[in-house]
Design a protein around this ligand. Structure first.
Ligand SMILES: [Zn+2]
Length: 471
């Protein structure tokens, strides 16, 4: 029995193949259980490689769901790449990817094993990860700041006035009964009957994703924890606490910031956390990992005795829910407790701060829980896995002509080198192995022990080789 079988049968959620959808959906099970098959997660997000240029890169990147977390970002596939001044239209942008995936599902990809025997592996795309604006575009739905803007449920939304911004915002207060969840079938029906000017349930029209073989446009679009939890809720409330002058929960005075910085900058993180804390003065430049680290690991100490106790207890509902969902192995009881904490957190946002602060990201926390049941832990289906690729891509072209071609050539060359290394480096002398390890630690077996809580980066004995911190 391989590791996939072991975790698939385990009573916890972790890798994608421990999720209820992967284990119990008859379409997925009939696909993966016979012959050589793999399933994919795909991601897209805009990257601006050169600040002085308005042009951006829009790659479609894929990871293999059957690979364990420790290896998954070592085998990221570049499917297609859009390089333009404006955002690509979803229809033309997705067409080559969807055509290729349909072919790979029907006919598969041919390859030769180490004995020279021809093998055919068929491929199915199951999951898409992107931020909320991109998800709305790909699904041909109203943006999240519009009526019926949630791509997961039929929350009608409300408008509320933000005190400091003095502008109306679209909000998602907790309502009972809970709004019905969208399904693939109901979304297809509504999309068929919708137009740009006559929208049904927030749908604008038919998404090209309906042509992606066996892809469920609702279950397959995972709410991304990097954007929703860390760059969303975490950033929203840390900013609120530090910038709401005059409010009882305000703790952004010079004295407070200095005292919190004194604690924060004195932290010596364990080597799994690649980023050392930065001053809260630089919070507007914080990366998702910094918001995550402050929230999960430092905020209890920093906020204690500064936030009024009711506000602190309310903030800890979010922190504790995330700590449960970001465990390496999430038990059913963890999921249900996290759900209860999140519901109370959302209701508390209205009570403590007003409905104008029940943002879409706050609402997404509610959906995140269901997707942990469906597809495993949020750290396994997160944009963190793809975050470093933008930086790598930016280094893989020179000048401004044939950028796409340069990047693809570079990716193919790197993959060819990796294939060569996988075959030969493990048999090389210790000296050569060490040299290769220093140049590229992607091939040799890991020696590290996984953490109990995922989200602290790679665990590796040779800490100087750690390249990227991720979720
Ligand atoms: Zn919703």
């Amino acid at each position: 029995m391989d590791s996939k079988e072991l975790t698939r049968n385990a009573d916890f959620k972790s890798e994608i193949f421990t999720g209820d959808e992967y284990c119990s959906n008859p379409v997925i099970q009939s696909f993966v259980s016979i012959g050589s098959k793999i399933t994919l997660t795909f991601n897209t997000d805009g990257i601006q490689p050169v600040r002085s240029s308005p042009k951006s890169l829009w790659p479609i990147l894929c990871t293999i769901n059957e690979l364990p977390y420790d290896f998954v970002d070592k085998f990221i596939l570049l499917s297609s790449l859009w390089h333009c001044e404006s955002k690509p239209g979803s229809d033309s942008f997705m067409k080559p990817f969807i055509d290729e995936m349909r072919h790979l599902y029907e006919s598969g990809v041919e390859w030769h094993d180490k004995h020279g025997n021809k093998q055919v592996t068929k491929v199915l795309a199951l999951i898409c990860i992107c931020d909320s604006p991109a998800r709305c575009v790909l699904c041909e739905m109203t943006q999240f700041n519009g009526e019926f803007g949630c791509t997961f449920c039929l929350h009608p939304t409300e408008t509320a006035r933000k005190e400091f911004a003095k502008a109306d915002v679209r909000v998602y207060p907790f309502i009972s009964p809970i709004p019905p969840t969208r399904t693939h079938a109901t979304t297809l029906t509504a999309a068929n009957a919708s137009t740009e000017n006559d929208r049904i349930d927030g749908l604008i029209g038919l998404s090209r994703l309906f042509l992606l073989t066996q892809f469920d446009i609702i279950k397959g679009m995972v709410p991304d924890s990097m954007h929703a939890a860390w760059l969303g809720v975490s950033k929203q409330f840390i900013t609120l606490f530090l910038e709401s002058t005059g409010k009882p929960f305000y703790m952004g005075s010079q004295a407070d910031i200095a005292a919190m910085d004194n604690t924060l900058l004195g932290v010596q993180p364990i080597n799994e956390m690649l980023r050392t804390p930065r001053s809260l003065k630089f919070r507007s430049f914080f990366k998702a990992t910094e918001y995550r680290n402050v929230s999960l690991f430092y905020s209890v100490v920093l906020f204690k005795d500064r936030l009024p106790l009711p506000n602190l207890k309310h903030w800890l509902l979010f922190v504790n829910a995330m700590r449960l969902l970001f465990k390496k192995k999430i038990k059913p009881s963890h999921i249900e407790l996290a759900r209860a904490l999140i519901v109370n957190f959302i209701i508390g946002v209205q009570d403590f701060y007003g409905s104008a602060h029940v943002s879409y990201n706050v609402h997404l926390l509610f959906h995140m829980v269901d997707y942990v049941k469906m597809w495993g832990a949020p750290w396994r289906s997160s944009a963190f896995l793809f975050e470093h690729v933008g930086g790598v891509m930016a280094k893989r072209f020179h000048g401004s002509t044939h950028v796409n071609k340069q990047i693809f050539s570079s990716f193919f060359a790197a993959n060819a080198l990796k294939r060569f290394a996988i075959n030969h480096i493990p048999n090389a002398s210790a000296e050569i192995q060490q040299l290769y390890e220093e140049l590229d630690c992607n091939v040799l077996p890991r020696h590290g022990i996984p953490s109990e809580t995922i989200g602290k980066g790679h665990v590796h004995n040779n800490t100087h080789n750690l390249k990227f911190e991720r979720g």
